[in-house]
Design a binder for this molecule. Sequence first.
Ligand code: DUC
Ligand code: ZN
Ligand code: ZN
Length: 490
Amino acid sequence: MYDMIIKGGTVVTAADTVVQDIAISNGKIVALGADLGEATQLIEASGKIITPGGIDSHCHIEQKSSSGLMTADDFYSASRSAAFGGTTTIIPFAAQHKGQSLYDVFDDYHRRATEKSVIDYAYHLIIADPTEAVMGEQLEAMIERGITSFKIYMTYESLKLDDYQILEVLFRARELQSLVMIHAENNDVIRWLTDKLLALGHSQPKYHAISHARIAESEATHRAISLAELLDTPLLIVHVSSAEATAEIRRAQERGLKIYGETCPQYLFLTAEDLDRDGMDGAMFCCSPPPRDQAAQDVIWRGLCNGTFEVFSSDHSPYRFDSSGKLAAGDNPSFDKIANGVPGLEIRLPMLYSAGVGTGRMSLNQFVAVTATNAAKMYGIYPQKGTIAVGSDADIVIWDSQRKVTLSTEMLHDEAGYTPYSGTQVTGWPELVLSRGRTVIANNELQVERGSGAYVHCGLSAYAIPSGKAVSELTPASNFGAKILGANNE
Ligand code: DUC
Ligand code: ZN
Ligand code: ZN
C-alpha cells in the first residue's frame, strides 16, 4: 500500500511527456506507470499537466544588504510565496560581509531557514572577503556542509572583487570543483555615469537604468568569461539582461567554453520604461542589471529557448516601497540610493508557463528544464530534486492549465507589498503542490507548518567540471592558466 497515487496525469520531465500514474511513499516517488495498486490517498489528475516542483536557484531571503537593509521576506514568507507559485526548493544566498567567517555566515542562515522554511532549501555562498582563511579551510568546510556554489560580484562597493581576486576564486573553485556564479557589471562605468548624471541633476529612478549601461554589463561579462577561459574554469553569468551580454555568452559557448547563463522574469516582462513611472514609483522596478527594452526582451526569450540560458531564476530581492526598503534613504532618494531588487518568487513559474508554454514559444519539457531540472544538475541536487523519477523526492506540481489569474499584490504571498507585474493576466496556475510527498498547497491554502522544509545538501555541480583537456589542447590563453595549475593537466 502506497501513501499516495496520483492517477492519470500527463507527467512532464525535461526529457519526456507521458500519461502515467505516480506512486509515492515516505516522501519519495516509488513507482511510475499504470495500475500501480492501492494507496492511502488517491489523487485524480486525468487531463492535468504534472511537472516537477520548481527550483528557484537565485533568490535573496532574510539577507542583509551591505548597507544594512533587511529583505522584506524572511524564510517563512518567502518559502510560502514560492510554494504558492509551484516552487518546492529554494537556493538563496548565505551572504558573507567583509570580516565575517564563513562558519558564522552558514550558522546565521541555517538557523533562519531551519526555523521557518516550509519547503526545502539549500544555499549558495556570497564571497565578499576572499581572505586566505576564507579561501582555504573555510571554503572546504562549506563544501562539506553542502554549499558547492559561490557568487561573486564585479560591482557594489562593499562586495566587488577585482580581477586578481576573481582569478583567485576561480582558481580555488576549479580545485574544489565548485561552481562560480558572477554578477557581471563594470563598477567604474556605473560609478562614473552615476556621478555625471547626479552632477547634471538627474536623480530620478529612470536614471538607474542609464547608469547601469548595457556596455557595463557586456564588458564585465566579456572580462569574466576571459578570466574563466584563462583558468579553464566553468562559470555561470547570473541575471543576464541585455542582448550584448547574451551575445558574449553565446559566443563563448560556441567556442566550446563552459560558460553558462541565467536570466530572470524581469528581463522578459519589464523594460527601462517601467522605471520612468510617476514620482518615485519607478523605484519599485530598480534592480541590477536593470530591465532594458523590447528588443532585449526578444533576445532574452530567444536565449532561454535556444539553451544560451540554462536556468530561469527569480532573483527575488524584496524591498518594501517605504522607509524600511526602497525609500530607506528618504522619501525622494536619488537613484543610486534606492535598494536594488524586485520580488518574483511566486510569479516565476506561472508567468513563464503562460507566456512561454501557453504561447508555444517553448515546450513543456523546456519549461521544466529551465525552471527545475537544469538547476538541480547545476547545483548538485539531481536526481533527488528537479525531476519525476523513481527514487526522486516527491516534489510535484499539478497544474490548473486553464485558470486565468490577474496578478496583484493582494493575491501574492510575499511581504514586498507590491508586485512589478500588477495587472498582468496569466493562464495556468499550480493547483496542488507537493514537497517530499507532503501536500504543501491545496485549495489555495498553505497546508504545512513553518520550519517543515528540509535542508538539501548540495553535491558537486555537474557543470563545474573543467574541460580536463591536456595542456597541449588548450588555447594559448588557457594554456598558461592550465600550466600554473600543475599536475592536474600535465
Ligand atoms: N541585483 C543584485 O545583484 N542582487 C539583488 C537584487 C538586484 O537587483
Ligand atoms: Zn547579482
Ligand atoms: Zn541576486
